[in-house]
Design a protein around this ligand. Structure first.
Ligand SMILES: Cc1cc2nc3c(=O)[nH]c(=O)nc-3n(C[C@H](O)[C@H](O)[C@H](O)COP(=O)(O)OP(=O)(O)OC[C@H]3O[C@@H](n4cnc5c(N)ncnc54)[C@H](O)[C@@H]3O)c2cc1C
Length: 438
């Protein structure tokens, strides 16, 4: 049975807290659902009382879309079950599970699906926006492995989506976000996976290192995931941290990592053979809840000399020592899904750029947000088309449209018109219905 929290109740403040410390919203009701029937009842209650609705999976969304001021939060954090069928290589997971829950359950059978790299990130929000994980070169985006979902729509109806039933809705759930209803369960295809070779390897940051990174990623095998995070160390060194994960045998990893170390000597080298579950928790400590966050993002092509200059200018002007500029390398299977096959796509992009302002002092909000925005403007001439919906923060409709591309966006609008014409689910990267029916 669901549990409802109101302002002043024990647990209310904990339940309204999300990853981004800037978000301080006070919902009228937080409904902690135990099952699908609770979700349907919560949707009906919100509609009958004309309350704004927020849906909470793992609470990681930096825009703070998991909570609202004065409305009703449908909180799925009690719905975290994961059932694995090792014979069919399938997992069914409830809408509030985290990647930590998912990876632990599936790895017990030597299986995995591409998921997020921090264990407290929600399966739901990440999958519905696309999902970039270390298995992307081998198996594509997370949503490429999504084969079915159950959801409660804005009318309170329970709907299934799969290749055989409402296949257009399944297409929309593969990247179109939480626009079409509350997903109560997902079914994923699983892939065999043993141990991995992974870790953080730090280099002294320089423009030459960026050039080398671009050359190195050009030859990356599908097994290798590579994320570059440029930041300052506690000693104020400028550091290029590479989070690398080779999802294949140790013998095949060794020559790849020898090549990585061949040009610049690492400052610190944390690469080791680990279980996938351990690897998937390695970044938890460096991603604490409660920091203030503001992100700008876009797809990006290879690093031209002018792009490297711009990247350098942006990083060097960061206002907070915690801020970062990131390049997630996109390759392999992620590019083999034909454009338009799913709502999320990184067709033609070599990197996912993230200008990631992070700080602690509320009095410095403005300068940090301005840094991310101005930095993004400096990088703009070097960016490609399209952006990752899950990293967008409070962007206007035109930007959401541009992120998806006009054709995909228009298909998503058609789905929105069908499943949520009154835009009940609007606290997300919103796909606005053609004419909101109120
Ligand atoms: C520390 C950190 C690490 C991250 N790592 C990665 C990564 O490795 N790869 C990657 O691709 N992204 C990553 N992200 C981005 C992440 O994918 C998004 O922030 C995503 O929205 C988080 O999902 P959530 O369920 O935790 O978020 P929430 O804030 O709970 O939800 C976000 C939105 O998703 C929708 N939603 C959530 N649950 C449901 C549901 N059950 N049904 C319908 N809609 C729902 C709602 O619209 C909600 O507003 C990371 C973010 C952070 C902060």
């Amino acid at each position: 049975m669901s549990r409802t929290l109101r302002p002043g109740d024990a647990g209310y403040d904990e339940a309204r807290r999300v990853f981004n410390g800037m978000i301080d919203r006070r919902p009228a009701l937080i409904v902690q659902c135990a099952d699908e029937a609770d979700v349907a009842a919560a949707v009906t209650q919100a509609r009958e009382r004309s309350l704004e609705v927020a849906v909470r999976g793992g609470g990681h969304n930096v825009a703070g879309n998991a909570v609202c001021d004065g409305g009703l939060v449908i909180d799925l954090s009690r719905m975290r079950g994961v059932e694995v069928d090792p014979v069919r290589r399938r997992a069914r997971v409830q809408g509030g599970a985290t990647w930590g829950d998912f990876d632990t359950a599936t790895q017990a059978h030597g299986l995995a699906t591409p998921g997020g790299v921090v264990s407290s990130t929600g399966v739901a929000g990440l999958t519905l926006g696309g999902g970039i994980g270390v298995l992307r070169g081998l198996y594509g985006l997370t949503c490429d492995s999504l084969i079915a979902a159950e959801l409660v729509t804005a009318s309170g109806e329970r709907v299934s989506a799969s290749a055989d039933e409402n296949s257009d809705l399944l297409w929309g759930l593969r990247g179109g976000g939480g626009n079409f209803g509350v997903v109560t369960s997902f079914e994923f295809a699983l892939h065999p996976l043993g141990s991995v070779v992974s870790g953080l390897i730090d280099f002294a940051y320089s423009r030459d290192f960026l050039k080398f990174y671009d050359e190195f990623t050009g030859g990356a095998p599908d097994e290798l995931a590579f994320d570059l995070v440029v930041h300052r160390s506690p000693d104020a060194e400028s550091v290029a941290s590479v989070f690398a994960c080779f999802c294949g045998p140790d013998e095949a990893a060794a020559p790849v990592f020898d090549r990585l170390r061949s040009r610049f000597a690492p400052l610190r080298d944390g690469l080791a053979t680990r279980s996938y579950v351990e690897s998937q928790r390695m970044l938890d400590a460096t991603s604490p809840w409660g920091l203030r966050n503001y992100w700008k993002t876009n797809a990006m092509g290879p690093l031209t000399p002018a792009a490297i200059e711009a990247f350098d200018e942006v990083f060097m002007s960061a206002k907070s020592p915690a801020s970062q500029v990131q390049l997630e390398h996109l390759h392999g299977a992620l590019h083999r899904t034909p454009p338009g096959a799913n709502a999320a796509s990184f067709a033609g992009a070599k990197y996912n750029l993230l200008v990631n302002a992070k700080w602690t002092d509320a009095g410095r909000d403005e300068e940090n947000i301005r840094w991310a925005r101005d930095g993004f403007a400096v990088l703009q001439p070097h960016l490609g088309s399209g952006a990752y919906a899950n990293y967008l923060v409070n962007e206007p409709r035109e930007r959401v449209r541009q992120a998806y591309g006009a054709e995909t966006y228009d298909r998503l609008v058609a789905l929105k018109d069908r499943y949520d014409p009154a835009n009940v689910f609007r606290l997300n990267q919103n796909i606005e219905p053609t004419a909101p029916v109120l």
